[in-house]
Design a protein. Structure first.
Length: 317
């Protein structure tokens, strides 16, 4: 595990409808590893699930991590476990914070677009912008006011925040207009439900694609790339093993079927837990963690979804 931590739940409270605020401290009272705005924790929950939650507090704080957890009814059980089973004083294990949603510190201006619980990584970014005196605007959408989590944190910045409640506006956030009117020199950071992020990604805008950044909580349903028709081979550098990956299985599944214990969490290409080094071969990246720019020359891959463009990959396993 990446810098295993033992954390104690110092405080928890209902933050908004179906949103729980959790404050975690080091179980032995020590300073916590530093984190950057946009970073997340991979928490191991009492039911054994590992789930990623964005850190929303000030990146300079070393005495606590603050998270917001939205309840997903009928989901895979992580958020239900947080809401139903966690109590103050309980101990949890976590890896050290990881950041796949890093802010470019040199942008001229920042446009943040958040939907629902997607406000959590944006809050830490806003704290950074405020401290650094950077120009920023936030558009924050929710179904109704009872679901506007962490509203009190935004009140001091009222003039920079545009709130959109679907029920009051009688329509969803007009993303096409928002993106069409966005300043060309803005860096856009978006987190929320997949339809919102797909709309921000796909809308015509003066903001170039490379300046639009996303934190996916779940993989979009549509638009998945087809499996490679003939499959491919993986060679494991350390063990010398060669395994065939058929079209219907992921690399992760093939490794599991051959007894390899590989870390994973989402199995959807959104969390980064299964990142594996690649020594040789051409990668077909299919994840939602790396931007196009980050993929250039990248010698690692997320093996729960990504595949091979070449007949063979050599993995650092
Ligand atoms: Fe989450 Fe692979 S397990 S990206």
């Amino acid at each position: 595990m990446n810098g295993a931590l033992q954390l104690r739940i110092a405080d928890m409270s209902a933050e908004a409808h179906d949103v729980m605020r959790l404050e975690l401290v080091d179980a032995r009272g020590q300073s916590l590893p530093a984190f950057e705005p946009g970073a997340h924790l991979a928490l191991t929950l009492p039911n054994g699930a590992v789930r990623q939650y964005s850190l929303l507090n000030d990146w300079r704080e070393r005495d606590r991590y603050v998270l917001g957890v939205g309840r997903v009814r009928g989901g895979r059980g992580g958020s239900e476990c947080v809401h139903a089973e966690l109590r103050p004083g309980m101990l949890l294990h976590s890896a050290a914070p990881v950041n796949h949603f890093a802010l470019r510190p040199d942008a001229t201006r920042y446009l943040f677009i958040a939907g629902g619980i997607g406000i959590t990584p944006i809050l830490s970014m806003i704290r950074w912008c405020h401290a650094m005196d950077k120009p920023w605007q936030l558009v924050y959408a929710a179904r109704n006011r009872s679901r506007l989590a962490f509203y009190e944190d935004l009140v001091p910045h009222r003039e920079r925040v545009h709130l959109h409640c679907d029920d009051e506006a009688a329509c969803p956030l007009p993303v096409a207009r928002l993106m069409a009117d966005a300043p060309a020199d803005a860096e856009v950071y978006c987190c929320g439900p997949a339809p919102l992020m797909e709309a921000v990604r796909d809308s015509a805008s003066p903001v170039p694609a490379a300046a639009r950044h996303f934190e996916w909580f779940s993989a979009p349903v549509a638009g998945e790339a087809p499996a490679s028709a003939d499959g491919f081979w993986i060679d494991l550098r350390r063990s010398g093993q060669s395994l065939q990956v058929p079209p219907e299985l992921s690399i992760l599944e093939v490794l599991e079927r051959h007894g390899h214990d590989v870390p994973f969490s989402c199995r959807d290409g959104v969390c980064g837990t299964c990142e594996t080094g690649v020594c040789e071969g051409e990668i077909d990246h299919r994840d939602y963690v790396y931007s196009e720019a980050q993929r250039e020359g990248l010698r690692s891959m997320l093996i729960c979804v990504s595949r091979a463009r070449s007949p063979r990959l050599v993995l650092d396993l």
